[in-house]
Design a protein around this ligand. Structure first.
Ligand SMILES: C[S@@+](CC[C@H](N)C(=O)[O-])C[C@H]1O[C@@H](n2cnc3c(N)ncnc32)[C@H](O)[C@@H]1O
Length: 268
């Protein structure tokens, strides 16, 4: 396994990804809004969904519960084990988004909620997207998550980490999109909206729409945690996220971007 993949496996092997979406207000917004968007864009159950980078099964499990047929592929063996052993158990296998262990056109929809921000090279991201297109039937949808280029600086501000060194780090992230692990997380790539759209288009997807997931107030939801305003700010942030979903000037203020595209019915 190459060094970049080893970094990802080693990071997640010592990290509680299964509990992540409950840990912070911003992550709870991420879960609720991602699920809402999946409900909006996935074909109805019992469609077949491939969840690539599905981790321990945060979305695979509720989709299974809703009657979908779900298969999960993830790079991290510990995640695959958690996916298989939880309730209900998920049909899960270790694999790399760039080379999926799946036949052509095998699924009605493919989720790519993780690999795009872990793949630092554009060629690798387009390759992962092309693989998602290959395994999705013509007319099926691909749903791909990215981290916004501006998520880092907003997060540093919310968590009170705006030291001169971190402001300098923010300048560098804004310039090239590469996150360095000194600040937590792994090496990663943070997208601009226009680049995300171009990558999906290059992979052969059409009808592309990009939604801001958490909306512009996710930082406030985090910053008020543990205060009397926590619940009302969270509720307001969720409403704002829904209102601002595809508003072009503010989409990138969300921490996550969710891009949805359709596999063409002819050609690819
Ligand atoms: C932050 S987790 C997201 C998990 C879940 N999809 C979610 O949205 O909550 C990112 C996931 O992507 C997986 N991943 C990263 N690079 C990958 C690759 N090249 N192929 C498959 N999975 C990958 C990681 O192992 C991890 O489980």
């Amino acid at each position: 396994m190459d060094q970049r993949l080893e970094e990802i496996v080693s990071f997640y092997t010592g990290y509680d990804e299964a509990g992540r979406l409950d840990r912070r207000g911003a992550f709870r917004l991420e879960r609720i809004r991602t699920m809402e968007l999946l409900e909006q864009f996935l074909p109805p159950a019992p469609a077949s969904i491939l969840d690539v980078g599905g981790g321990p099964g945060a979305y695979a499990r509720p989709l299974l519960g809703a009657g979908y047929r779900v298969r999960l592929v993830d790079l991290v063996p510990a995640h695959v084990e958690q996916a298989r052993s939880g309730q209900p158990p998920i049909d899960a296998v270790v694999g790399d988004a760039r080379e999926l262990p799946e036949p052509d056109a095998a699924h009605d929809a493919t989720l790519l909620l993780g690999p795009l921000y872990h793949l630092q090279d554009r060629d690798d991201r387009v390759r992962a997207l092309r693989e998602a297109v290959r395994v999705t039937r013509p007319g099926g949808v691909v749903v791909a998550a990215a981290i916004s280029r501006f998520a880092g600086p907003i997060d540093f501000a919310v968590t009170g980490r705006l030291t001169p060194a971190i402001v300098e780090e923010s300048r560098q992230i804004l310039a090239d999109g590469i996150n360095h692990p000194g600040l937590g997380f792994t090496h990663a790539y943070f997208h601009r909206v226009a680049d995300l759209i171009t990558e999906l288009r290059e992979a052969g997807l059409t009808g592309i729409v990009v939604h801001g997931v958490e909306g512009p107030a996710w930082g406030a939801a985090d910053a008020t945690a543990g205060t009397p305003a926590e619940q009302s700010v969270f509720d307001g942030a969720l409403q704002l996220a829904r209102i601002c979903g595809t508003e072009p000037e503010i989409v990138a203020a969300s921490a996550h971007l969710l891009a949805i595209g359709v596999r063409q019915t002819s050609g690819r």
